[in-house]
Design a protein around this ligand. Structure first.
Ligand code: URA
Length: 260
């Protein structure tokens, strides 16, 4: 009996509230309609004196990622053009990527472009490059040749001209090495020539071209010959004798690869 009464009382109260204009049932707990939902709240600002956490970027790691993702020489050149961590690029006119035939058996890795290379956008086109062309001609090789045996492919460790043609610094060389390695992988030559100290430092992690030259070693899985840089030969004509011996050694390797 008592519960029937409660029912009728409760129903009368509800109807009375509806008559007053109530349209919603009221919850047990109050709802604050002025509260901003959590996800719409503005992010909390760090305190002004909070230490700023710097994100450390490793330029060599960035270079590795960018170089690895290049699946053609064009893509590698584009990756170098987009690489943001080598400040030498800011003072250079051109990205000096390569010259010669990409199907050549021999790939020459030089140091860095000088004034003429920067102006024209190709490696080894100045006085030093002209001497290199004469050296190659002496063993019947030519950067414009189309046959695998005679053709040569030319690139540098550093594709931008450093200020006043100074030597690239060790950290600048290190950040270019992933690109050099990918360059070698994509060209896939039979023989590598390292011209001068900078490519020896980058590829073999050694300097001292006078000691290194003339001895075949392995680099990037290829037979590799360090040689005097032609600019060294311009300054030291007596060293041409050793350079000639190294050219003959290269020619002998090419010939034996062709005949085997
Ligand atoms: N010296 C190099 O090593 N490379 C060039 O392209 C020009 C000069």
């Amino acid at each position: 009996m008592e519960s029937a009464l409660e029912y009728h009382t409760a129903r009368a109260l509800l109807e009375w509230q509806v008559d007053l204009g109530a349209t919603e049932a009221i919850l047990d707990a109050p709802v604050n309609r002025y509260d901003v939902p959590e996800k719409r709240k503005a992010p909390e600002q760090p305190a002004a004196d909070a230490p700023i956490r710097k994100v450390e970027i490793d330029p060599v790691e960035v270079a590795q990622q960018m170089a690895k993702s290049a699946s053609s020489l064009d893509e590698l050149q584009a990756a170098l053009a987009q690489y943001p961590h080598c400040s030498i690029k800011n003072g250079a006119r051109s990205l000096v990527f390569s010259d010669g035939h990409a199907a050549a058996r021999v790939m020459i890795i030089g140091e860095a472009p000088e004034r003429e290379e920067d102006r024209i956008g190709k490696p080894f086109v100045g006085r030093v490059g002209q001497l290199l062309d004469r050296m190659l001609a002496a063993i019947d090789m030519d950067r414009t040749a189309q046959t695998e045996e005679q053709a040569v492919y030319l690139a540098n460790v550093m594709p931008w001209r450093p200020p006043q043609s100074r030597d690239p610094l060790p950290d600048e060389i290190a950040m270019m090495m992933p690109f050099v390695q990918r360059h070698v992988e994509l060209v896939d030559p039979d023989f590598l020539i390292l011209m001068g100290n900078i490519p020896c430092q980058g590829v073999l992690k050694q300097r001292g071209i006078t000691r290194l030259r003339g001895t075949w070693v392995e680099a990037f899985g290829k037979p590799c010959l360090p040689m005097f840089h032609p600019s060294h030969l311009l300054r030291n004509p007596n060293a041409k004798r050793e350079a000639w011996a190294d050219l003959l050694s290269l020619k002998a390797r090419i010939n034996s690869a062709v005949s085997s």
